[in-house]
Design a binder for this molecule. Structure first.
Ligand code: CUA
Length: 335
């Protein structure tokens, strides 16, 4: 296994499972925008390195220069020559900063240039500490609501409207685009386009409270046909479970406090406070990228979310062991 593959193998693991992502890095670009940002980064690093080497070289040259006995450090000629060198250094510094500024400005401007008349539009809402994802569509039945996992087709620009439900969050998929804030009462937008299929980890990039670090978003960029199949499945209501344990789980979800915060399309669970669970089992993670989506993790999360993500707005649920088994079996059917 090469180092690169090793680094990308998996970064979110619990005791029993891992979710594998592409390497989360702005320097491993999967889009033209991220590529332009990484070029800008390397240009700045190289310029800064050259300046550093020059400054240190001049410094070493000065301290190692042998001093002549008849030399007067305060003579008018030496003062004049020192003044001239300081002027040159100031001009060089301003010129270099100006070049970096212009390059940075050009990269920023070009990133706002992607548009297409029939762009897919997604509204991404930041909550403490999870992401609500709404696929817009003029036909109401075609709208899709999901959470913490954003699917996009490769090669097509996608308009993402950024809104916040509570405090300032920031949307950042390092492999695909730059950062953009989600600000309460203010509408921001970003157009992203992934040019390489992959599973990318996005992280809230603005401190938004105690669980800011556990506010990740999985971004799945997939070929158009796979994306089409995914969204067609997401448009379906939850299937009625055929298994008796899962069927009992559905009754528990509808009758317990779960339904006060969560929705499951096609059932009586219609809460709007927490993530929509209609296709929970199709997602890779739970709790906004905190844990891989396995039955064990799900059971632990339902019973005691505060230990896994202290401060999260989901309370502990004192379900009996049989009810918990039934609920986990039901959630497992929500493909
Ligand atoms: Cu949301 Cu940090």
């Amino acid at each position: 296994m090469s180092l690169r593959r090793f680094a990308s193998a998996a970064i979110a693991c619990s005791a029993t499972a891992c979710v594998s992502y592409d390497r989360q890095s702005a320097l491993d670009p999967a889009s033209a925008d991220a590529s332009a940002i990484s070029h800008l980064f390397w240009f700045m690093v190289i310029v800064a390195a050259i300046v550093y080497v020059l400054v240190i070289g001049v410094f070493i040259g000065i301290i190692r220069r042998p001093r002549r006995d008849d030399e007067d450090p305060l003579s008018p000629e030496r003062e004049e020559s020192a003044r001239g060198r300081i002027k040159q250094a100031v001009v060089a510094t301003v010129a270099i900063m100006f070049v970096l500024l212009v390059y940075d400005f050009i990269v920023g401007r070009n990133m706002d240039g992607m548009t297409s008349p029939k762009m897919m539009t997604i509204t991404l809402t930041g909550h403490q500490w999870w992401w609500q994802v709404d696929y817009e569509d003029p036909i109401p039945q075609n709208r899709v609501r999901t959470a913490n996992e954003l699917h996009i087709p490769v090669g097509l620009p996608v308009l993402i409207k950024l809104v916040s439900h509570d405090v300032i969050h920031s949307f950042w998929v390092p492999n695909i685009a730059g950062k953009k804030d989600l600000i309460p009462g203010h509408h921001n937008e970003i157009v992203i386009r992934a040019d390489r299929a992959g599973v990318y980890r996005s992280q809230c990039a603005e401190f938004c409270g105690i669980e800011h670090a556990k506010m990740a978003l999985v971004v799945v960029a997939e070929p158009a046909d796979q994306f089409g199949a995914w969204i067609a499945r997401q448009r379906m209501p939850a299937a009625t479970p055929s298994d008796t344990l899962a069927a009992r789980g559905q009754l528990v979800v509808e009758a317990s406090s779960c339904a006060m915060c969560h929705s499951v399309g096609g059932t009586r669970a219609a809460g709007g406070l927490g993530p929509d669970l209609t296709h929970l089992a199709s997602r890779r993670t739970i709790a906004a990228g905190t844990l891989p989506n396995t039955r064990g993790n799900l059971a632990g999360w339902i019973v005691d979310p505060q230990t896994i993500k202290p401060g999260v707005h989901m309370p502990a649920n004192a379900l009996s062991s049989s009810d918990l088994q039934a609920v986990v079996a039901y959630l497992g059917t929500l493909q």
